[in-house]
Design a protein around this ligand. Structure first.
Ligand code: ATP
Ligand code: MG
Length: 652
């Protein structure tokens, strides 16, 4: 099936009429944004309040060896003041954060902008009392609780650089990150409830700190009250200190280019990198994309289900929404606890208007049946979003019909930790969607498709290659912490003059972009280049398949063969007959060239903590090279890997 024949889904007239951006406006603004980027971004930068307005807008150099990216470089602002103080005049009693705890029977909290201000000021004073100064690094290792947002904004208020480590990471991963960024302080909690279980965060931190400088101090949020050990002189009870701290801490004037945070990428492709984001450009970009991509209007309730440990949580739970004076939902739990209806129960309870989640969550919920969705009143929903991986058309359609009842535009947003905010995405009132396509670029973004071998730009509309971006946008990362070389080598060396995304991409006859997966995931079968995402989507479209991951394997005749790992639906038994049925299915769905050479039944797939399949490990298993699996510190469940190795094609 060719993707181009897929029907476009248009936003309703009603939606477009009320949207910030309709088709005409999109075309006008987009053209302006690439013809006159300086003029365009000079205007858009006004989305923020500046202490000293900028006179320089953009200064970027993409030449290899001298890569240097600056936006609003002489502007001075404070990020926390933009997310809090400037809203107080109008919104002090409006809810800034709705906190929905893991335990469905525990009360939700509604934190107003005034309360947020009070907490963040006190938290900032606690940081100062611990000797944290402008430019110091602070590692945050917290569950999804309001204190995580307070801690981020408190750092921003005093000019400290935060680096959040997802609470699911091990002590080892935590220690590596504390050491890599040279943090002076780590903020953690006693324990973290998630899906009814508790992660011992403080104990993990104790274990991590054994491998760090003994100067690193530890602030502890007593969240559950669970018993923990305490190191006198190093550990500090943050809530106690906040009660006794002053509720006034003047926001520190920061340069637009001062780093706001470091975030280590999830590691599906190798050793984690400390991605550095700026204060001014990053915040402006997060605010604008939040407003236009989700078509956020005053008074809407916005829910992004990501964890603040990922960039999605930074940009679309905390910084983008709060910069816009929005009400943002923070959810401590998981989609399947206490049951597979939790997301929808929360949407109903808080009357959520925009809902943003990942394909992995949708696929897991889709397998549990529609009753879980249909029990709840989802009539508040106006828009749905997805991020993190290519979304299989099967999951897209389910999202559209069962969750959105055909009434909610779906924004499939392609972006990366490195990009700070969305780059390819529909604007919901302007751009008709196609299931599985991230459609068109956001304002100011100039995607190009390059020939992977020659690096030449492929200019025909319909084409396929690697995705790169010409020129810069304000949310772009500025460097890899402590390793500018690595920054240049990773993103600017292979294809000179462009930012290289590492993803493969196809552009269809309508100029729509389709991410085909990471470049490393492209397989070459008898000279035919194929994105693994396409084969996976075909497999997932089969009624008995819950999830699939496809990688290349060495093949004497074809060069590369197709090795597929398949997770079946709950009640389906694996059999040779089913294997043959699936092979035949893929042949008819895509063509004989895509028929898997080997299908391995996989009760579970190796995933990062953010739910992405680690194909790097699956490739090693398919190549029968399991002695060096590389960095596995970000793996959610290491046991899955042993099980797959034991049942691989080579061991059976
Ligand atoms: P690492 O870079 O450490 O290997 P990662 O790439 O998984 O980890 P992220 O920055 O969180 O870390 O993810 C960005 C990647 O996720 C993109 O490069 C792309 O491969 C994939 N991705 C994100 N959104 C989409 C989307 N809407 N459609 C297709 N792919 C997406
Ligand atoms: Mg990446």
């Amino acid at each position: 099936m060719s993707n181009d024949t897929i029907q476009m889904t248009r936003p309703s007239e009603d939606f477009s009429a009320n949207a910030h951006i309709d088709r005409t406006r999109y075309e006008e603004l987009y053209a302006r944004s690439v013809e006159d980027p300086v003029g365009f971004w000079a205007e858009q930068g006004k989305v923020l309040d500046w202490i000293e307005p900028y006179t320089q807008v953009k200064k970027t150099c993409f030449d290899f060896g001298r890569v240097d990216i600056k936006w609003y470089a002489d502007g001075v602002l404070n990020v926390a003041a933009n997310c809090i103080d400037r809203h107080l005049a109008r919104r002090s009693l409006q809810t800034a954060i709705i906190f929905e705890p893991d335990d469905p029977d525990a009360p939700a909290q509604h934190i107003t902008y005034k309360e947020l201000s009070d907490k963040v000021n006190r938290f900032a004073n606690v940081l100062l009392s611990q000797g944290i100064m402008r430019g110091d690094r602070v590692v945050i290792y917290l569950p999804m609780i309001p204190e995580a947002a307070y801690a981020m904004l408190a750092c921003a208020r005093i000019g400290a650089i935060h680096s959040i480590v997802f609470a699911g990471f091990s002590p080892d991963a935590l220690a590596n990150r504390i050491n890599d960024c040279g943090a002076k302080l780590v903020i953690t909690a006693d324990t973290a409830p998630r899906g009814g279980k508790r992660t011992p965060l403080k104990a993990n931190t104790d274990a991590a700190l054994l491998h760090c400088s003994d100067k690193v101090r530890c602030l502890v949020v007593k969240h559950t009250g669970d018993q923990i050990s305490w190191v006198q002189g190093r550990d500090v009870d943050v809530k106690y200190l906040m009660e006794h701290a002053s509720p006034d801490c003047p926001p520190r004037p920061m340069n637009a280019e001062d780093p706001l945070f470091i975030l280590y990428t999830s590691g599906s492709t190798g050793r984690p990198k400390g991605v550095v984001h700026s204060s001014g450009g990053y915040l402006a970009y997060a605010a604008l994309t939040h407003k236009y991509v989700f078509d956020y209007h005053d008074g809407d309730i916005f829910w992004c289900t990501a964890d603040v440990g990922w960039v999605t949580g930074h940009s679309y739970i905390v910084y983008g929404p709060l910069a816009n004076g929005a009400t943002t939902v923070m959810f401590e739990g998981v989609p399947t606890y206490p049951d597979a209806g939790r997301f929808w129960a929360v949407v109903e309870k808080h009357r959520v208007n925009q809902f943003y989640t990942a394909p992995t969550a949708l696929r897991s919920l889709m397998g549990q049946g529609n009753d879980w969705v249909e029990t709840y009143d989802l009539s508040s929903l106006k828009l749905l979003g997805t991020v993190g991986e290519p979304i299989n058309p099967e999951a897209w359609n389910w999202y559209n019909e069962v969750v959105g009842k055909g009434n909610c535009p779906i924004v499939d947003t392609w972006w990366q930790t490195e990009t700070g905010g969305h780059l390819l995405t529909p604007l919901p009132g302007a751009i008709p969607t196609k299931p599985g396509s991230a459609t068109l670029p956001f304002f100011g973004v100039q995607p190009v498709i390059l020939d992977p071998a020659t690096g030449e730009e492929l200019t025909e509309t319909e084409t396929e290659g690697v995705l790169a971006i010409r020129d810069s946008w304000p949310g772009q990362m500025r460097t890899v912490w402590g390793d500018h070389e690595r920054f240049q080598e990773t993103y600017f060396q292979q294809y000179k003059g462009y930012y290289f995304s590492g993803d493969g991409c196809r552009r269809d006859a309508d100029g729509y972009y389709w991410i085909t997966g990471r470049v490393d995931d492209v397989i070459n079968v008898s000279g035919h280049r194929m994105g693994t995402a396409e084969v996976e989507s075909a497999l997932v479209a089969h009624a008995k398949v819950a999830e699939a991951a496809v990688v290349g394997m060495p093949h004497d005749i074809k060069g590369q063969g197709i090795y597929a790992y398949v997770t079946l639906m709950n009640d389906v038994e694996p059999s040779d007959a089913l294997r043959a049925e699936l092979e035949k299915w893929v042949r008819t769905e895509i063509g004989p060239i895509a028929k898997p050479d080997f299908i391995q039944w996989a009760p579970g797939l190796p995933k990062t903590r953010s739910g992405k399949i680690m194909r790097r490990i699956l490739r090693k298993i398919a190549e029968n090279d399991t002695t060096s699996l590389g960095d596995t510190s970000t793996l959610a469940d290491p046991a899955v890997v042993d099980e797959l190795i034991a049942n691989s094609m080579y061991r059976k």
